[in-house]
Design a protein around this ligand. Structure first.
Ligand code: PMP
Length: 410
């Protein structure tokens, strides 16, 4: 298994006509993925992906989040096909837009309304624009290293941007209320919003659950300042809690940014919000040539309905616990220092002897790929409800080989 002749040939052709062969986070090279990882994929089915050389993998990246209830989920694909047969991009939206907005308002606890776009960055930047329009203020407070998108104000890679693009982005430390309060105090009277992810899921270290006191503190600070609390659910949405990821904490945001899993892989983003911000939405100019497409909205309806009807969230949590517990036992048996952090449905691995490197994680993933599991050495993984206890057991057979390879080599 791994990158074969078809993958290598496509890479060579791509390098001629696509700068660098591939861009951004999907570039195998730029992402420091193990040397055997394929760049190109041919198909996906349920919990599996197949590369262009015909090798099949049990997939724990789920297309970096969008796949939630299985590649080519029959209910989602039937809804998409039915809509495509009628039309997708038309002179205006279809009835699907209203139906999906109604479904989100009924499903997401804080939501009184929804607007739609395509990518996660559309949703986070729209949320910031709504907050700025509502408050007449400029500053957006975000946690250090939290990723909120690739536009000029949020892109962590500054090439191609200006300092002015980021002039109104102010950083604080996640789970550190004092640093948030200090950041807000430095910009008194000018804070439009705090944007925050439901748990700390970025950076090269371990992931961290949100401290409930921090979540409540963010809410209280936003209330005190009259600023909007934006929950960036682009990565977490519909994986942690269909009603909203902070719902179990009893903390409701003013705006939530969704994309990735909302339509199980079809191109769709949404911002949901509270009544108090309804007018502000009508004051900003929101548009995109494909933002009203009907087929992805049909996919979104089918996806959200299926997640709720099957309690996919509970299934992913159980499967994720099975996976993380199994890996911890294997690591201990192999005598390898290992941490699985993060939410069970979005785990991240770290080898404790990998100091300033990902050498062990890379070896682990290299070997797991050879044994048929597609994992990631430094980014969080994603569970889906198309995985089963049996497929997780197969993944664990691959990770077992991975731990043995780490023990043997280091
Ligand atoms: N916010 C978060 C938390 C994300 O994980 C991402 C994508 N990884 C984004 C925003 C941006 O989404 P997109 O790449 O679809 O624009």
């Amino acid at each position: 298994r791994g990158s074969g002749p078809a993958d290598q040939a496509l890479r060579a052709r791509a390098r001629q006509v696509v700068p660098g062969g591939m861009w951004g986070h999907l570039s195998v090279e730029a992402n420091q993925l193990p040397a055997n990882y394929p760049q190109f994929f041919a198909s996906g089915e349920g919990p599996r992906v197949r590369d262009v050389d015909g090798h099949e993998y049990l997939d724990l990246m789920c297309a970096w989040g969008p796949m939630l209830i299985g590649y080519r989920n029959p209910k989602v694909e039937a809804a998409v096909r039915a809509q495509l047969d009628r039309g997708d991009t038309l002179n205006g939206p279809s009835a699907r837009m209203v139906e999906l907005a109604e479904l989100l308002v009924n499903t997401v606890a804080h939501a009184d309304w929804a607007v739609f776009a395509k990518n996660g960055t559309d949703a986070t930047s729209t949320s910031c624009a709504i907050a700025r329009a509502a408050t007449g203020r400029r500053k957006i407070l975000k946690a250090t290293t939290s990723y909120h998108g690739a536009n000029a104000q949020f892109n962590p890679f500054v090439n191609g941007t200006t300092p002015e693009d980021r002039a109104h982005i102010v950083e604080f430390a996640y789970n550190d209320l004092a640093s948030l309060e200090a950041a807000a105090a430095r910009h008194e009277g000018d804070v439009a919003a705090v944007i925050v992810t439901p748990f700390f899921h970025d950076g090269f270290g371990d992931l961290a659950a949100v401290d409930p006191a921090f979540a409540r503190g963010v809410r209280a600070l936003c209330d005190r300042l009259g600023a909007a609390l934006i929950l960036d659910e682009v990565r977490t949405g519909f994986r942690l809690d269909a009603a909203g990821s902070w719902e179990p904490l009893g903390v409701r945001p003013d705006l939530s940014a969704f994309s990735k899993a909302l339509a199980n892989g079809h191109a769709l983003a949404a911002v949901t919000g509270v009544d108090a911000l309804r007018d502000a939405v009508t004051k900003i100019y929101l548009t995109g040539s494909f933002w009203a497409q009907a087929a992805p909205m049909a996919a979104g309806i089918a996806t959200v309905q299926e997640v709720v009807a099957t309690d996919a969230v509970a299934a992913m949590r159980t499967l994720g616990e099975q996976l993380a517990d199994g890996m911890r036992q294997q690591a201990a048996a192999a005598g390898v220092g290992f941490v699985a952090s993060g939410h069970p449905a979005m785990p991240k691995i770290r080898f404790t002897d990998d100091v300033d490197s990902i050498d062990r994680a890379t070896q682990f993933c290299f070997t797991a790929l050879e044994h048929g599991a597609y994992l990631h050495p430094w980014h969080n993984w994603f569970l889906s409800s198309a995985h089963t206890p049996d497929t997780i057991a197969q993944v664990l057979a691959a990770t077992e080989a991975g731990f043995q390879a780490v023990r043997d080599r280091f």
